[in-house]
Design a binder for this molecule. Structure first.
Ligand code: MN3
Length: 213
């Protein structure tokens, strides 16, 4: 995993091994695009609930002393551990999502990502269209991603808690398209939220660090 962001780490010998990471910016820092109210619920309630659930599910099991990534990869292989997978992956996904945005973000990337977008997508506009499509057509809850897969940039979508590392891909960016990510600010207009994510919020420096990391 990239060191570009701090995922939850197990504490040494504590009874609650996983903790909620801080947001990388103030709760109101993404306004007017994503409100403090949304982040208050999304980070403080939803993200926190995945942490609480995972701690309860792995309590007194060998997974309680594993890293978050180890818990995800172990539980991804075992249908009996679907509850553990869902909560662990959602902890990881949300931490990655907070870092995928920043105040005054958005627009076209620079650096290596920009150089790869032309050959891999045919241009920034084509990338944008693919990312919008992935987010808009993910039926129900899930995530849109920019990933590195076999040395090429790709746009993908995953349902529910599923994530690139379970498919041998390296995540570079993500966008939460669960309704709780946008409903307070955009109601049912998911395409407006997606367009705003790309034009005003996306953190290309984070994607670049993941690409290099
Ligand atoms: Mn969410």
């Amino acid at each position: 995993m990239s060191k570009a962001f701090a995922a939850t780490q197990p504490a040494a010998g504590g009874s609650m091994p996983f903790t909620l990471p801080e947001l990388p910016y103030a709760q109101n820092a993404l306004e007017p695009h994503i409100s403090a109210n949304t982040l208050s619920f999304h980070h403080g309630k939803h993200h926190q609930a995945y942490v609480t659930n995972l701690n309860n599910l792995v309590k007194d099991t060998p997974l309680a002393s594993a890293s978050l990534e180890q818990v995800i990869m172990e539980s991804a292989k075992d249908p009996a551990k679907a509850g553990i997978f869902n909560n662990a992956a959602q902890i990881w996904n949300h931490t990655f999502y907070w870092h995928s945005m920043k105040p005054n973000g958005g627009g076209a990337p620079k650096d290596d990502i920009a150089k790869r977008i032309d050959p891999d997508f045919g241009g920034y506009d084509q990338f944008k269209e693919a990312f919008k499509q992935a987010g808009a057509t993910q039926f129900g809850s899930g995530w849109a991603w920019l990933v590195l897969d076999g040395g090429k940039l790709k746009v993908t979508k995953t349902p529910n808690a599923d994530l690139p590392m379970a498919h041998g891909q390296k995540a570079l960016l993500t966008m939460d398209v669960w309704e709780h990510a946008y409903y307070l600010d955009y109601q049912n207009k998911r395409p407006d939220y997606i367009a705003t994510f790309l034009d005003k919020l996306v953190n290309w420096e984070f994607a670049e660090r993941n690409l290099q990391g």
